[in-house]
Ligand binder design. Sequence first.
Ligand code: BYC
Length: 323
Amino acid sequence: MTQTRTAVAEDPAKVAAFEARIAAGESIEPKDWMPEKYRRQLVRMMSQHAHSEIVGMLPEGNWITRAPSLRRKISLIAKVQDEAGHGLYIYCGAETLGVDRSELVGQLLDGTAKYSSIFNYPTLSWADIGVIGWFVDGAAIVNQTILAKASYGPYARAMIRVCKEENFHKRQGYEIVAVLANGTPAQKAMVQDAVDRWWWPSLMMFGPSDTDSPNTAELIRWKVKRKTNDELRQRFVNLTVPQAMAVNLTLPDPGMRHDAETENWEFGAIDWDEFNQVIRGNGPCNKERLDARRKAHDEGAWVREAASAYAGKQRASQAAEAA
Ligand code: BYC
């Protein structure tokens, strides 16, 4: 089955029953009837999410061989391995919608599928590893805690485990940041530089502003998204500003101010031209990331072949036993 099934007129009674289930807060499960557009929106979102987890292993993976101590190396290996696990759960979840993982991976490798903009920036210093855990996993927690209440059961359930692991990732990142921020002047300058480079791209992770987000209204109506891009971005800013203050680091937004009435930290204008360039494939590392994924895919062909051959033998021996 492919994502590009031809649109057929849907039975209005089935659509109404589906909408009523959503309104009642019921969870939609793989064998339940669902509108084709709901299915397609989920395949789009879940596949992009899975791709982000897998591509997201690359910037941090670059630092495994250069981690400054055995303890840091062990934590970083565990974190990067967790991201692979998240990608696999979410690909499995997407497959419950009747799409094949190889098709989705093909779309990533041929450049037609998106993955999170954040992973198209380079990791220039060890401090970047701390800041990614703090900002990027912190942003992911804000987004994914809400997705754990999404109307599609397999996606929501995957998010529960993912969020538990993301909490460890965030803490290992923030701890690296706190140690560097209390270290030598050179360490403090290194971590401040990482904060300056990652702050704005982290805010872009939440997607375009609500007024420019074509998918939000439909996804909110179907309770896939429970908060808008701007609502989640604001929540992330509100949580992160005090954390920056606690370690005496400055966020690169001189106009930021606290609004006593709304209790929000108001932030400056996001560079949407930069965001659009990155999601169109023109970010600093888009080519490098896709080249790395294509190389890994080609070099892993023998593993897929061996696994298929083994599964074929298992099937044959089970059939022989049953005969
Ligand atoms: N980057 O209508 P909109 C992680 C696209 S990995 C790239 O607002 P939607 C981690 C969007 O797809 C966590 N593209 O879309 C891993 C759409 O394009 P199409 C990744 C973006 O779906 C390793 C178009 O722009 N998290 O945590 O309503 C190490 C219009 O946007 C981005 C997820 O994937 C972006 N930042 O909302 C460390 C969460 N933003 O498909 C950490 C799941 C938007 O129409 N996804 N686009 O061509 C979501 O929550 C939502 O899909 C989004 C976008 C908020 C991202």
